[in-house]
Design a protein around this ligand. Sequence first.
Ligand code: ADP
Ligand code: MG
Length: 294
Amino acid sequence: ATPMSIMVGVGRGAGLGVLIKNAEALERMEKVNTLVVDKTGTLTQGKPSVTQVVTAAGFEQDKDELLRLVAGVERASEHPLAAAIVDAATAAGLSIPEVADFDAPVGKGVTGTVDQRQVRVGSAAFLTGEGLDPSALATQADELRADGATVIFAGVDDQLAGIIAIADPVKETTPEAVKALRAEGVEVVMLTGDNRVTAQAVARRLGIDRVEAEVLPDHKADVVTRLRSEGRVVAMAGDGVNDAPALAAADVGLAMGSGTDVAIESAGITLLKGDLTGIVRARSLSAATMSNIR
Ligand code: ADP
Ligand code: MG
């Protein structure tokens, strides 16, 4: 690769909203045959909102009381799901209580004491690990997940209290970009910490046939490494703090411009517009740059 053709490529990329940090990323992009994409904030808009609150039979209080207690813990979390819950509580006119003893096991959920009650919120697996039994609401949860909603479980004082469904619509540009990449022979793999049923419902709508779901943040990079060890050339696209190690582990890391600074620092390419169409552009740019070189 001549420095001149790389410079031309980098300049042309900037005009297309594709910010190239290193020459290798530009060179490798055309050889990429596998694209691993984080679901939340990359395929989806990253603006989740609460669509349903369901209380458990044993929880003798109403949906507003459940939402109020859960929002009390979530106000201390920086997760996009937490923001959705706090927004819903505020919109319902609830005053959100203070939390004590807050803890946030990453990729699992949050816990804390609200109004002298022990509140736990997170995935079904997280609540089970905390000694609660989420099974009474498992069927309802799967129905909501089949629509692509993320379902989080809430426990109050060692009892299952309810579930909250949260929807995050896919970005308008995602289906077309996935289609274009597949037409170029790129296999798209969805990578998410979310539940398998939810992930598959979203993937099916987008024509994505491979899903790696329920992956803890620490293991996202392992998935990328495993795919590379199969001989694939892997690009990883993500936006979150959790995605940074996976971005660094890929042949090409692609950060969403709308994402966190940590993700942007870990990636070789930043997509300013923060959607997947930039990846299609980055590939043609790479091909054009490399053919100028040859
Ligand atoms: P993603 O891969 O979609 O970015 P995360 O790894 O951040 O997902 O989270 C995985 C799962 O952990 C979520 O789907 C949710 O069940 C649970 N979780 C994480 N943080 C929170 C939180 N603040 N409140 C409730 N649930 C949470
Ligand atoms: Mg994410």
